[in-house]
Design a protein around this ligand. Structure first.
Ligand SMILES: Nc1nc2c(ncn2[C@@H]2O[C@H](COP(=O)(O)OP(=O)(O)OP(=O)(O)O)[C@@H](O)[C@H]2O)c(=O)[nH]1
Ligand SMILES: [Mg+2]
Length: 392
């Protein structure tokens, strides 16, 4: 290798000169600043010694410096080389992914991407709607089962299929008919404060005032605490008869009293649902009732609480579920979990305190739409998830 020394006022000028003369054949061996000129006219100059590829070496005049290609001083060249390296890495990664998804094999340990694979595979394997569904409160197992039949792309098709599947999976039914040839009796059981009495008032108003049926009210107060004022007020407002019972005999009396009515709505006092003995006492008292039993649950409760209540009130052998306070529930994934795990269909939804307006016959679409709007909001919160995974 030949060496040659260049002197210029600046490093850039020296480098330009070197490149002009030798192109990529020159490698920098040393570089220093030297003072050049007469005594009073001394100026700092940059001195660069280069080795020219193919030439004979000259004794190295300066300290030992790792030779560098002249091109490394060109920022454009440096960037190009970096891009080239990245392209090679991406190519290798794509090949690894391709092998993984076509053969199902993980790359060997000496593969540069072996460590990355579990993370990448998990991200690609995970359905893009899984996380949003979980955030909407749907249980992992249910979400995964649902998504097994939902395409990943395009997003609209995925959401449409999910909506259809979800709506089809939520069982509904058991609402009271508008009319019937025989007297109907409906009992509402459920935890304290879920809205049993309010729902009874709503049903009573609709059936008495809108459907012109003969409606009577019966309140089961096994606690003998006289907590019937609320129902008494509704009864007076709607001018409906009310009978209060604490034992099975008194319930029987009430039913006989209302034998020529179209609909008897039975309210129960929800205190002490954790007290097995009291629930049993209530069950005994309700034995004379031959009618439809509604398990009333609040949509504001979490899944575990809902399922726990469903289990406790199973002794009443409910026929259908009334979900209350949908207006207060932040997300309805819990209702999906309940609907898919409980044995009974959903009969009514209540969505406010107004009597009788805030009640509707259960419609799976209502829950589905609320869950999906939560899913969409969740997507908005995870734009990276959407863009990276939907485009795979
Ligand atoms: N936001 C909202 N509030 C409701 C709804 N239904 C009932 N409520 C309110 O919930 C509270 C309790 O309602 P109640 O009807 O007394 O509940 P309950 O199940 O009879 O209660 P207990 O008899 O004590 O077991 C009241 O303030 C109701 O106005 C509803 O759909 N949405
Ligand atoms: Mg009540």
């Amino acid at each position: 290798m030949q060496t040659k020394t260049y002197l210029a006022p600046t490093k850039l000028e020296a480098l330009l000169k070197i490149r002009e003369e030798h192109g990529a054949d020159a490698v920098i061996l040393s570089e220093r600043t030297v003072q050049k000129g007469k005594l009073f006219g001394k100026k700092p100059m940059v001195e660069i010694v280069v080795g020219i590829k193919g030439g004979e070496p000259e004794p190295n005049p300066a300290s030992k410096v790792e030779p560098k290609g002249i091109d490394e001083y060109d920022p454009t060249q440096t960037r190009l080389r970096k891009l080239e390296r990245e392209m090679q890495e991406i190519r290798a990664l794509v090949q690894t992914l391709h092998a993984y998804f076509t053969n199902g094999t993980l790359p060997s340990d000496n593969d540069a991407h072996a460590l990355e694979m579990p993370r990448i595979a998990a991200a690609v394997d995970e359905h893009p709607l899984l996380r949003p569904l979980l955030e909407a409160g749907v249980e992992q197992e249910i979400a995964q089962e649902l998504l097994r039949r939902v395409p990943r792309i395009p997003q609209n098709a995925a959401l449409d299929t999910l909506k259809r599947l979800l709506a089809a999976k939520i069982p509904t039914g058991g609402a009271l008919p508008r009319e019937s040839r025989h007297r109907q009796v409906a009992v509402l059981v459920g935890p304290t404060g879920v809205g049993k009495t309010t729902t009874i008032a709503k049903l009573a108003a609709i059936h008495a005032l809108d459907y012109h049926r003969k409606v009577a009210l019966l309140s089961l107060d096994t606690y003998r605490i006289g907590a019937i004022q609320q129902l008494r007020t509704y009864a007076e407002l709607m001018q409906l008869p009310l009978h209060v019972a604490t034992t099975a005999e008194e319930v029987q009396e009430g039913l006989e009293l209302f034998s020529d009515y179209d609909l008897v709505l039975v309210d129960t006092i929800g205190r002490g649902q954790r007290d097995e003995a009291h629930l049993q006492e209530m069950r005994q008292a309700l034995l004379p009732v031959k009618g439809i039993v509604y398990l009333t649950l609040s949509a504001t409760a979490d899944t575990a609480t809902l399922l726990d209540a469903a289990q406790r009130f199973a002794i009443f052998e409910p026929d259908a579920i009334i979900l209350t306070k949908l207006d207060e529930a932040a997300r309805l994934g819990n209702c999906v979990n309940l609907a898919l795990r409980a044995e009974q269909p959903l009969a009514y939804f209540t969505n406010g305190q107004r009597v009788p307006e805030d009640i509707t016959i259960a419609d799976a679409q209502i829950i589905t739409c609320r869950v999906l709007s939560a899913v969409l909001q969740c997507h908005a919160k995870h734009p990276r998830l959407e863009s990276s995974v939907f485009q795979v």
